[in-house]
Design a protein around this ligand. Sequence first.
Ligand SMILES: NC(=O)c1ccc[n+]([C@@H]2O[C@H](COP(=O)([O-])OP(=O)(O)OC[C@H]3O[C@@H](n4cnc5c(N)ncnc54)[C@H](O)[C@@H]3O)[C@@H](O)[C@H]2O)c1
Length: 322
Amino acid sequence: MKDFAGKIAVITGGGTGMGRELARQLVAEGCNVAMCDVSAEAMAETKRLCEVEKLPQGLRITTHVADVSIEDHFKRFRDELIEQQHTDKIHLLFNNAGIGGGGSLFTNTREQWERTFNICWGGVYLGVRTFLPLLVKADEAHIVNTSSVNGFWASVGMGVSHTAYSAAKFAVKGFTEALINDLRLNAPHVKCSVVMPGHIGTSIVSNSRKVRLGTESDRLTADEFVQARQRLQGQGVDVAAMSDEDIQQAALDRARIFHDEAPTTASAAAKIILDGVKAGRWRILVGDDAHRLDERVRKTPEQAYTVEFYQSIVAETGWRIG
Ligand SMILES: NC(=O)c1ccc[n+]([C@@H]2O[C@H](COP(=O)([O-])OP(=O)(O)OC[C@H]3O[C@@H](n4cnc5c(N)ncnc54)[C@H](O)[C@@H]3O)[C@@H](O)[C@H]2O)c1
């Protein structure tokens, strides 16, 4: 697909981060956008930002509150889209919504683990299931599923358990790669891509806990204090000497550093994703860090989960995450 003007795009998780920037750039190219998110306020802000520039006559931006892990929400989103966008077909589907967390089988609850998995994997699967008939009706269409570097490397560093997110992102990558042939055989006018971002400057750290806990507060809960201490301890920090206020501050700093000190902005990431779709690429790595990690994991897979590997990746990329 070389041109997005006049097309209709669905974006999940359009409220902030890469979803918001995808919406802005698609609208700027004259593409109609229907987005969903759990946060109506965040989507209202995305819509406002999209409308800052003068829009082409008749272009539609619609917002739909939906949790991507719940199939009935997706069906309601689809029905609202058909009514409000006046169409029974879509051209682009960005399965972008995601959260982190719930990484340990030991220190997280099963509920926390499954919340992350059901959003990051279930949201992509249900998105494709729900919107496939509308994609097939278009003359040409493209599915863009967001995985991560954690779709080929199941770690965010030593001392951090990361099982739910990694399992989900590997699933997204495997599903999308297998979908290439399923589409080729059954709906050759529909293409798909898997997106694997490195570290992108978004608020995913703070948003994830808000989605998980259903709160707007930044104050850690009693459970989170315990988990934050475990995480810092795993990274070699002397937590015994830290008060709860120190732990709270460390959590806020982690979210701020993740957003402010990333090598790639959300806006630059969205451009790379849209350029990748236009170029017809099925695998879209986002950021130099993602390219480096991809090369390194392929070159020395047996080393991928060693301390030396992690330290050399941090040295190469300048990452301050984990
Ligand atoms: N930021 C990174 O470094 C990075 C790296 C690799 C992959 N990713 C992936 O990129 C995607 C976008 O993340 P981002 O960094 O822009 O984060 P973000 O938190 O800024 O945006 C994610 C959006 O999804 C929404 N969301 C969360 N759970 C939802 C649910 N159940 N239903 C509907 N909406 C929901 C959030 O409210 C938020 O608006 C995610 O899939 C994430 O896993 C991010």
